[in-house]
Design a protein. Sequence first.
Length: 172
Amino acid sequence: MAFAVTSLLEAHFPDLVDTRFTSRMERTLDDISTGEVDWLPYLREFYCGETGLSNQVKEQESQIDSKLARTVELVGLEAKVCIGRFGPYIEVDNGSGVLKASIPKDLTPDRLDSEQVEALLKQKASEPEELGQHPETGDTIYLLNGNYGLHQAISRTARFFAQDTQPCSRRI
C-alpha cells in the first residue's frame, strides 16, 4: 500500500514529498516540540490555509483515478499489484482477459517474482477441491484458499463461481 500512496502523492501532491518541504516541516516540528512555535496556528495553516492540504485535495480530487491510485507497477514484473477491499492482489492481462489473484498475507508485493505470479494465477484458475456433500441439504462443500487461509464454502448450484450463486463460507 505504501507504494500506491507514494505514487499518488508524487503524481498529485509533489510538494508534499519534496525533500525541501519535508526538511522545512521537520525543522518546524522540532521548533513546536521545544515551544518556539505554536502548534495550532501552524497546523491550521497547513491544513486549512490558502495553499493548505484541504484546498490542494479539492483541486486534485477530480483528476485522481481511484483505480490507478490503487495500482502499482513493479519493475521487471508483468503483473500489476492492486489494492482492493480484501487486500492486495495481482492483475495480469493475458490478451483474452484480465486475470486476478489475491496476494497471500505472508508475501509482500515487493518480493513477488514472475514464478510466484504464475503460481498464484494457476492456483486461482484451478477448480476448487470438493470435500463432499452437506448431510442435510446435499449441497457440495468446497475447500478454498483465500486471503486468510483455507476455508469451506457451500454452494446451492453446481457452478460455484456463477454470478447467481449465494455461497456461504466459514474459515477452518
